[in-house]
Design a protein around this ligand. Structure first.
Ligand code: HEC
Length: 414
């Protein structure tokens, strides 16, 4: 029952996280677009110049005006955009805790990457998050803050270091999600620490009738720009755990870095497009970086094992009990496969799972009997042989020889 309720708490937290994230990123995209598309206003508002834009949406006509500087006559109510960011971050951290920090053996640790205890893994993951964010803040507050380009490169190198540590210590799935969580924390931190306080200082000065210190606007702009570069790769990292193809390979660091480049270039290309600037190398670069990711993630032929079972598979003479035309798998082979799946997978993938507190088959996939296995052969092969993302964190210690046997069986049925 408690596992059932835990599942619900995760589902509801995820729902909140996704909805708040959509509201946050949506508003931020809208304001970027507004800034890039506004035209010099024909009339000043309150005697001040500015930029304006007309838009139609939901059956209404909207007239948006951006004041250059801050108007002296502020209205009573001004809308802020901050709770979207805070709720996204808070629900994201809750989800990260429920899934990764409370189940380090299932999700954080992969002994093939690095062996550590559950508490070591939790401390290391928090270290990447907290240390990663503090380092970013320190870089942004260093003298580099006066050199936008230099700062940008330093932040890029810092994220590279964080990605290297994450991919050296954690399971592929956790490394990607941790990078997403770090980038999301940097973004929310920017809103909380710099952008909102800067805007408050700006309005407070205007209310006092003083000219606001332009440094607030500049700092807020700098962090906003960082956020726009981080957004796209961060969202991809968040959804990466549904696509083992991204992390179940030997080039995780390269994949993360190329995704950062892809997202950054798409961001530049989008702004170019809004502003009517034509720079062909930007979208071409984004496409090349993405192709690089696709190549890095591609499944590779593995060296055959010395004691491979393939000789049995290829022998047509022993093909007793053929299941369907073209199926060269032997009964003995099917028995072995069923045994492997019973030992290595059924703990999580059966109608009554026994592992990691599951109350239903993991991912809704049960391998209760031979029919189940036969029917889902493609996905079994995909996850346990091609990308090896299963068994989860290789918890049930599936051997290379067993993977080879599943491969031989799959090939024999083709
Ligand atoms: C320790 C628990 C555990 C074990 C053992 C395990 N799995 Fe999984 N499996 C999971 C979980 C959890 C998911 C859902 C993963 C997700 O949401 O990303 C999953 C998902 C899957 C999926 C669906 C993934 C997809 O989206 O296509 C397949 C297929 C799969 N497992 C096959 C296997 C096979 C084959 C084995 C044995 C060789 C195995 N699993 C062993 C926990 C496990």
């Amino acid at each position: 029952m408690s596992a059932y309720l835990l599942d619900w708490s995760m589902l509801l937290t995820r729902w909140l996280h996704v909805m708040a994230g959509i509201a946050w990123i949506g508003a931020s995209f809208f304001f970027i677009w507004l800034d890039n598309r506004r035209q010099p206003a024909h009339h000043a508002v309150d005697g001040r110049p500015g930029g304006e834009l007309w838009a139609v949406h939901g059956g209404g006509l909207y007239h948006l005006f951006r004041h250059d500087g801050v108007s002296e006559t502020l209205p009573g109510e001004i809308h802020w955009f901050k709770w979207e960011a805070y709720v996204t971050w808070l629900s994201g951290m809750a989800l990260f805790t429920l899934i990764y920090l409370l189940q380090p053996h299932a999700y954080l640790i992969d002994p093939r990457v690095y062996e550590m205890s559950g508490s070591q893994a939790v401390i290391a993951a928090l270290g990447v998050l907290v240390g990663g964010w503090m380092g970013y803040e320190a870089i942004c507050r260093s003298p580099l803050k006066r050199h936008g380009g230099g700062l940008f490169i330093a932040v890029g190198l810092w994220l590279t270091l964080a990605a290297w540590i994450a991919t050296e210590l954690f399971s592929g799935r956790a490394a990607f999600l941790l990078m997403g969580a770090l980038m999301g924390s940097i973004m929310a931190g920017n809103v909380f620490n710099v952008i909102i306080p800067g805007q408050k200082a700006l309005l407070a000065a205007a209310q006092r009738g003083e000219t606001p210190d332009p440094v607030h606007g500049k700092r807020a702009k700098q962090r906003s720009v960082h956020n726009t570069f981080i957004t796209l790769p961060a969202v991809l990292m968040m959804i990466s755990n549904h696509y083992p193809l991204l992390y179940a390979n030997d080039y995780r660091l390269g994949v993360i870095l190329l995704l950062l480049v892809t997202g950054g270039l798409i961001r530049i290309a989008t702004v170019d497009h809004h502003k009517g600037i034509k720079r062909r190398w930007v979208p071409v670069g984004a496409l090349l970086a993405l192709i690089g990711v696709i190549v890095l993630c591609a499944p590779r032929a593995q060296a055959p094992l010395p004691e491979s079972a393939s000789s049995t598979a290829q022998s047509p003479a022993t093909s007793a009990g053929v299941a369907s035309e073209g199926d060269k798998a032997t009964d003995a082979m099917r028995e072995q496969v069923a045994q492997i799946i019973e030992n290595r997978c059924a703990g999580c993938h059966s109608d009554s799972p026994t592992l990691i507190g599951l109350t239903a088959p993991a991912a809704g996939m049960a391998f209760n009997d031979w029919d189940d296995i036969d029917r889902q052969a493609l996905r079994i092969h995909q996850r346990s042989v091609v990308d090896k993302s299963m068994p989860l964190a290789n918890m049930t210690q599936m051997t290379a020889a067993e993977r080879q046997l599943l491969d031989d069986w799959w090939k024999a049925t083709q």
